[in-house]
Design a protein. Structure first.
Length: 587
């Protein structure tokens, strides 16, 4: 094997890795976050957890992605540690599907139909179909399917390139002489562990082993210890992902490690113990891709069958390793923990989590304004403190959610998720500004309280109407945002126009009372502050509603959109304005 063979092997490995990544991305887009949602809503049934973990991993082609995602679920409090154990075990079984697909490369027959089962025969067809779909179809579903097909074709091409490049190894004395050394169980395990840890994927490391087996130079005495070591090496991505996470997330990563270490140790003792008593014929046979897939699967299934009844013991062992401490987590902090960086590897699910957090943020913004308005009727220091707390919390939400959304926007997402991202990026700023206006209203009322000022009865009645309109526009806006209800969103702009009129009318009435000596200039400034902030809140509600409507239509010219609505010939809009005008008529 010369330098150019080595270069070809590295190139083949690069294509293999890229193909697997490309296929995984396509599968993740096709799933649209549904697989991750299934994972997050599991019951505590351990067998069901194993089956779903295996199924999801088989679909996304990565046990690492599944286990890292599970660590994220546990870290965010969405899943209990006991539930995670079954999924982790199932993920280890699901990852074997890749080895079975690659094992088809060993098919050799003169029959046409049998030859077509070999991936080297049908992958070029998939590549042609995938390329045509990418070039000529603009439908997202077709392009995702094309990505999966092309990814698989590139993966198989990479494996074939690796196999051809390493074929000369079968005739190299140095390689042949080194093989007996790797048949040592402990040395072979170290080789497998390092290989999997470096590549960050057990599927890829097993694929490399299968490509080496096509040379006919390695036997099962070398393959079995390496596969055992790969089981432990597969834990590296999960352990890395748990760094800096909460205690239960670290325990979930440790459960994954203990499961593989204990399972590997048991198989090592039993298998090589039997071999010491009665030599096993398999250790003298030449390895094949199919044989490697069978052994890989057997190890995973047997380990799960043995350790699943003792899943509680694994949880206790992880608990002994990472001790409990008193952790008080507030509800809003739990919401922010949904923005886990681990979920960025599955963008469709990360978008869903971001939306859930933004709904919490919207609720906090609505609460802050309602609490601030309630001060006009019943002033209390507790309510003042609550408005300040809410404003500070919403600032944190905007900062953390905005940062997370920017990171997420650089990931490949579906068209639907892209629309959701656009809405969230546009709206979180409006939620934050609503809380700022709530703070301004609270400070204005606080000033009145400190100076012992009081509005006239007329002004109080007018503000009651204004407050009711603001309460309603906030309620309509937040419901439409939370539910994606576009019909409700269309109700916001007519009410916003009525609120603009209320703001102007109340200020004019105050000027008339001022001229008659029924009010003071100082109270006028406070009234103006309050009504101006009310009107600004309605503006932000308008921004949110218009964003929901425009993103759906792939339009972003807000002024043009509002101008079109308010055109004199828009009968429907004018009718809604008149209806709202009657509902919120000043006394």
């Amino acid at each position: 094997m010369d330098f150019f063979d080595l270069l070809t092997m590295i190139g083949g490995l690069s294509l293999f890795l890229y193909g697997m990544s490309m296929m995984g991305d396509g599968l993740a887009k096709v799933s649209g976050g549904r697989l991750e949602t299934i994972l997050g809503k599991l019951t505590s049934n351990p067998v069901k957890s194993v089956l779903v973990g295996a199924g999801v991993t088989a679909m996304v082609q990565s046990s690492g992605a599944t286990t890292v995602m599970v660590v994220g679920f546990v870290n965010s409090g969405m899943m209990k540690l006991q539930q995670a154990v079954g999924i982790i075990m199932g993920a280890n079984i699901g990852t074997t599907i890749t080895a079975w697909i690659l094992s088809l490369a060993g098919i050799d027959s003169d029959l046409f139909l049998v030859q077509m089962l070999n991936p080297t025969s049908f992958s070029p067809i998939l590549a042609i179909i995938g390329a045509m779909m990418l070039l000529f179809s603009h439908r997202e579903k077709h392009r995702n399917a094309a990505t999966i097909m092309l990814g698989f074709a590139i993966l198989m091409f990479g494996m074939n390139t690796m196999s051809d490049a390493v074929r000369p190894l079968a005739e190299m004395p140095q390689f042949i002489n080194a093989l007996p050394t790797m048949s040592n169980p402990f040395l072979g395990m170290v080789v497998g562990l390092l290989m999997c840890a470096v590549l960050q994927s057990s599927s890829v490391s097993v694929g490399i082993l299968q490509s080496l087996s096509l040379t006919g130079a390695i036997g099962f005495d070398t393959v079995i210890p390496i596969i055992l070591g790969q089981n432990i090496g597969a834990c590296v991505p999960t352990i890395i992902s748990s760094i800096g996470a909460r205690k239960d997330a670290k325990r979930a990563a440790l459960v994954h490690l203990y499961y593989n270490v204990i399972g590997t140790a048991l198989i090592l003792i039993v298998f090589y113990g039997l071999n010491a008593v009665m030599p096993l014929p398999i250790l003298e046979q030449t390895a094949s891709p199919l044989g490697i897939a069978i052994i890989h699967t057997l190890f995973k299934v047997v380990t799960t069958a043995v350790l699943l009844p003792f899943s509680g013991g694994l949880v206790k062992l992880a608990g002994l390793t990472v001790r409990d401490s008193v952790e008080e987590t507030k509800p809003e902090d739990r919401a922010l923990s949904l923005l886990d960086v681990r979920f960025l590897e599955t963008p469709s699910y990360a978008v869903e989590q971001s939306r859930a957090v933004s709904v919490v943020m919207a609720g906090l913004a609505e609460e802050s304004m309602n609490v601030a308005m309630s001060l006009l009727d019943n002033y209390s220091e507790e309510a003042v403190k609550r408005v300040r707390q809410l404003e500070e919390k919403i600032d944190v939400f905007e900062d953390q959610l905005g940062t997370y959304l920017v990171k997420l926007s650089s990931r490949p997402v579906s068209e639907k998720d892209s629309h959701t991202l656009s809405i969230l990026l546009h709206c979180i700023g409006d939620f934050e500004r609503i809380s700022d206006h709530a703070l301004n209203v609270m400070e204005a009322v606080q000033e009145m309280h400190d100076k012992e000022l009081e509005f006239s009865d007329k002004a109080k009645k007018e503000l009651q109407v204004f407050r009711r309109a603001i309460h309603d526009i906030l309620n309509i806006t937040m419901i439409s945002f939370r539910e994606g209800n576009l019909e409700l969103a269309r109700q916001v702009e007519p009410l916003e126009e009525v609120i603009d009129g209320l703001n102007l009318d109340i200020k004019q009435r105050h000027v008339r009372r001022l001229r008659k000596g029924k009010c003071t200039i100082e109270l006028g400034f406070v009234l103006s502050d309050i009504t101006t902030n009310f009107e600004r809140v309605s503006d932000h509600c308008s921004n949110i509603a218009v964003c929901l409507l425009q993103v759906k239509d792939d339009e972003f010219d807000t002024h043009a959109y509002i101008g079109g609505l308010r055109a004199g010939d828009n009968v429907d809009f004018r009718g809604k304005v008149m209806a709202y005008g009657e509902r919120y008529r000043l006394p």
